[in-house]
Design a protein around this ligand. Structure first.
Ligand SMILES: *[C@@H]1O[C@H](CO)[C@@H](O)[C@H](O)[C@H]1NC(C)=O
Ligand SMILES: *[C@@H]1O[C@H](CO)[C@@H](O)[C@H](O)[C@H]1NC(C)=O
Ligand SMILES: *[C@@H]1O[C@H](CO)[C@@H](O)[C@H](O)[C@H]1NC(C)=O
Ligand SMILES: *[C@@H]1O[C@H](CO)[C@@H](O)[C@H](O)[C@H]1NC(C)=O
Ligand SMILES: *[C@@H]1O[C@H](CO)[C@@H](O)[C@H](O)[C@H]1NC(C)=O
Ligand SMILES: *[C@@H]1O[C@H](CO)[C@@H](O)[C@H](O)[C@H]1NC(C)=O
Ligand SMILES: *[C@@H]1O[C@H](CO)[C@@H](O)[C@H](O)[C@H]1NC(C)=O
Length: 462
């Protein structure tokens, strides 16, 4: 008997053959039983999910003694096989679905307020990664896939390079002896690769910097609220957003991209270890027929910066490049949506542990997630918080670099650009020209998608 929707609460110790994986796994605990701990040490919402991903059962109940809300999904949704295995080639397993999100936070950076000489104890928890999609599907991975990757990665200036943009009312604003300044032209590289992160409850709440075609670097606390134990409802990125004095609002010179998923280190999520307050957000492609692109990611248009791991010794970070890092983003105390850059930070940044920096750039909330960018446009880490005395943020150790590199798709990234519209053929709109106009209209109606593509292509031909 196949048990989708047909099982009594008391009898959830199914014979495994009863799971029909191609029919998916329900999240309903009354149907599929309680959360289980898999032999890989990850907690799955139920045994069906573990079994259908080839994971043996270790014990009933979640792996940690702490019972997370995610372990008690009461949701009749059936997760189909494609969703369960969506990230299987990256060794990410579907574990549960999140239905509750963190509440609005007025000043995100306050979440990371820290003691001046903050020292992190390595917690020794097993290394794992967590990924949550915009639909709330949660995946986890135990694996570090790469070992031989070497940075820095290659930066790319984007299709926007060479295009002329109409830039309105960008006056350089210097406030007092604050060394920050508004970025006069956010359509220039690398500024256009930096974007404001929007949330369901408001805009410009964190900063993210493109590091690949599809993905941006940000802080983990921009995607996960440790205090509430819930994901942040991050919705999209607006690369190169600027404040337009004429209309008195922020504008998006390159448009906006919706979030597909965010990936972070389990160390931050489980223990708030600030050495791991780093995350990667991946966006869904959009169609830009005006640029001849059928499917285009933000990095294709605005470009992306390079990433690299830092040089460190047993005494901490000894990388000379940290001396000239700057940070650029969207602070709360400037006009909202005004991209602001720190300028050179003085005195120079210094090590605050194995892969953590203290630096003295002027920042404010909203800059959380901004890349710690060298003058060669290499992101070494991200801004995560501050106190009156200094700012702090994690930089990439070699293993963190490998993780970020993989999450951002840099290992598998296909050729930069966009999926062009120009390869559509007439057979996409198989309507004979001439002949009976009524037949043609009906034909158009039945082939509307293909015909629109062909018409767009015709229109873009010189
Ligand atoms: C398993 O589910 C699939 C998809 O719903 C269905 O086509 C197939 O017949 C099911 N297999 C069994 C053994 O019931
Ligand atoms: C957040 O930080 C700002 C600036 O330090 C402070 O004025 C504000 O009271 C803080 N908010 C909370 C909720 O702690
Ligand atoms: C990666 O390299 C480290 C150190 O050389 C080694 O301990 C580890 O087993 C390697 N991991 C993989 C997956 O090869
Ligand atoms: C900033 O400017 C004020 C007034 O001009 C001055 O009193 C103060 O010393 C300056 N601070 C720094 C750090 O330069
Ligand atoms: C957020 O930004 C979008 C795009 O500019 C705008 O349409 C929307 O009104 C903004 N929302 C708020 C609350 O400011
Ligand atoms: C256009 O190119 C893309 C990517 O190369 C391909 O996936 C798609 O099938 C092509 N479309 C047509 C109509 O040839
Ligand atoms: C596109 O152009 C070709 C000739 O260049 C024409 O035959 C065809 O009807 C056009 N298709 C559409 C949908 O406009």
């Amino acid at each position: 008997m196949i048990r989708i929707g047909s099982l009594l609460a008391a009898s959830f110790t199914l014979a495994r053959a009863d799971y029909n994986c191609s029919a998916g796994c329900s999240l309903d605990a009354l149907v599929m039983g309680p959360a289980v701990c898999g032999s890989d040490g990850l907690t799955y919402a139920n045994e069906c999910l573990a079994w259908c991903q080839g994971i043996e059962l270790d014990s009933l109940g979640p792996c940690e003694s702490l019972l997370e809300e995610s372990a008690f999904v009461m949701n009749s949704e059936v997760i189909d096989e494609a969703t369960i295995t969506r990230f299987a080639d990256e060794e990410f397993r579907f574990v549960t679905k999140r239905t509750r999100y963190a509440k609005k936070i007025e000043n995100l950076e306050n979440m990371s307020a820290f003691d001046d000489e903050y020292e992190v104890e390595e917690t020794g928890i097993d290394r794992h990664y967590v990924r949550i999609t915009s639909d709330g599907y949660e995946y986890a991975s135990r694996y570090s896939l790469l070992n031989e990757t070497l940075g820095p990665t290659t930066l790319y200036k984007g299709l926007a390079d060479g295009y002329e943009f109409i830039v309105k009312n960008r006056n350089l604003i210097i406030i007092g002896n604050d060394t920050r300044s508004a970025v006069p032209d956010t359509t220039l590289y690398p500024f256009r690769a930096i974007g404001a992160s929007d949330y369901r409850w408001g805009n410009n709440s964190c900063t993210a910097t493109m590091i690949s075609r599809t993905s941006a670097l940000t802080a983990a606390h921009c995607v996960w609220n440790y205090n509430e134990g819930r994901p942040m409802p991050i919705t999209r990125i607006a690369p190169g957003r600027y404040f337009d004095s004429e209309s008195n609002q922020h504008l998006e010179p390159f448009g906006m991209w919706e979030v597909d998923y965010a990936t972070a280190f389990g160390e931050y999520r489980e223990t708030r270890n600030r050495y791991f307050d780093m995350a990667v957000v991946t966006y869904k492609p959009i169609s830009r027929p005006d640029l001849g692109c059928d499917e285009v990611y933000p990095g294709d248009i605005v470009g992306y910066v390079a990433i690299d791991s830092i040089v460190s010794s047993s005494n901490g970070v000894i990388d000379p490049r940290i001396a000239d890092i700057t940070i650029t983003g969207y602070p709360y105390d400037f006009r909202r949506g005004e991209m602001t850059t720190s300028g050179p930070c003085s005195p120079p940044a210094r090590s605050n542990g194995a892969h953590y920096l203290r630096y003295y750039c002027d920042t404010a909330g909203g800059m959380s997630g901004s890349a710690l960018l060298t003058k060669e446009n290499i992101a070494l880490g991200n801004h995560a918080g501050g106190s009156g005395g200094a700012n702090v943020g994690p930089v990439m150790s070699k293993d963190m670099f490998d993780a970020v590199y993989t999450w951002a798709g840099l290992g598998t990234q296909s050729q930069v650009g966009c999926r062009p519209i120009d390869n559509v053929s007439e057979k996409d709109c198989p309507c004979p020209s001439g002949g009976n106009p009524w037949n043609q209209i009906i034909c158009w109606f039945l082939n509307i998608q293909g015909c629109i593509r062909v018409a767009r292509q015709n229109a873009s031909r010189p």
